[in-house]
Design a protein around this ligand. Sequence first.
Ligand code: SAH
Ligand code: SF4
Ligand code: F3S
Length: 437
Amino acid sequence: MHKFSIRVFGCQMNSYDGDRLRTAMMHQKWQEVPDGEADVVILVTCSIREKAEQKVASEIGRYDAVYKKKKSPAVVLVGCMAQRIGREMAKKFSCVRLVSGPRHLGLVPQAVTEISAETPPRFFMDDDPRALLDLDVVPTARTNPFKAYVTITYGCDRFCSYCIVPYVRGRLQSRAAADILKETRTLIDGGVKEITLLGQNVDAYGKDLNNGYGFASLLRDVANQPGLTRLRFATSHPKDFDEDILAVMRERADICRAINLPVQAGSDRILREMNRGYTSGQYLALVDRIREALPDVSLTTDLIVGFPGETEEDFRASYELLQEVKFDIVHTAAYSPREGTRAAMMEGQIDNRVKAARLNEINALQAQVARSANEGYVGAEFEILADGPAPRGEGKIQGRTMTDKVVIIPGSEEDFGRLIPVRIVRASHWSLEGERI
Ligand code: SAH
Ligand code: SF4
Ligand code: F3S
């Protein structure tokens, strides 16, 4: 039994965990294969919305049908959904042989080698939200050789009323700066050009350590490591994003001019019910300060429609906020009740049809905003970091600008990992096409 497959769902933190698990499995001489040939399928899962969990549950059902006949593949369930409903899944599906919460990944690689159809399934749950037995592995076996993620904080302490993350990822815990810097050094030495520092709220980095070393300090220290071309980070929280971070970004041209600053809603009443800790006025003032300090910055956001009690007027406030700020990208979602969160018990849950209509309206607005912004780039010149084949089209590759815009240009594999100067020749809603200068 030496063949595994790994499938990653959910956010970038899961991609990082998936890359580290893959690396750890390879260190113990297991071979990665397509899931149809695997003895063990590792699923790195997400619980953010009901749909995310349903998708994985139906995949497990599919593996289970095969497992019942062949006693293979065994399913290893890790990540947020494993923490939330892993026990249930193991009861329902006999293929689930190992379940681990996000804070016990360090135990997984060894336990995978001990999986057997004869012994009961094993569980490493994060029952204590502060416990941490992490994998001590640098993700060298990545899906992308030039780009790497590095998680800098575990968990989240903000408890937004709709969000499951604090329940499944536990309390905020910052990684020691020395460990992070050692990892980024190894990655850069291994050929990585672009690093993205990850956390549910990167701006909270260090707040639990109380040693005066916060996110701005970490950002400066990583940027100062020789050999790194670009440094990104996600996600920022409007309440914690501060002047020190802006100052470091201004100092260092290699820190990307792209900030994901989730607003979630435009109505102050809804923001209060969400427990976000800011008003729309404070959010807009922050946007002004950021744009003043970094005029070429790209701003993206996340927005939820159909939060409990959201009236037509509340929804209009979100709509108008998007019209006013004109974000580069808006990740929109219809509110999905998550069991155990405060919002799931609130009165005034919104009908699914209303949510869908509001989602459509917001997406149509953003398509317009994105299109006219992109059209404004035609003729402009950028340097892109080429990082892979374009999703469609022979002989085309894609790369990203410093502001995280995707640009498609003619090219080949040899270009991957290189900085290429381009001129934009065409624009659509979601991407830009360029030519080499
Ligand atoms: N830490 C980040 C985002 C984490 S989750 C922040 O504070 O913004 C990613 C996104 O999923 C959120 O920004 C939110 O827009 C969405 N999301 C979270 N819980 C949700 C829920 N219950 N229903 C719908 N969308 C949700
Ligand atoms: Fe969830 Fe809020 Fe934490 Fe983001 S800040 S992960 S939305 S609780
Ligand atoms: Fe999903 Fe967990 Fe990330 S719920 S969005 S995988 S932190």
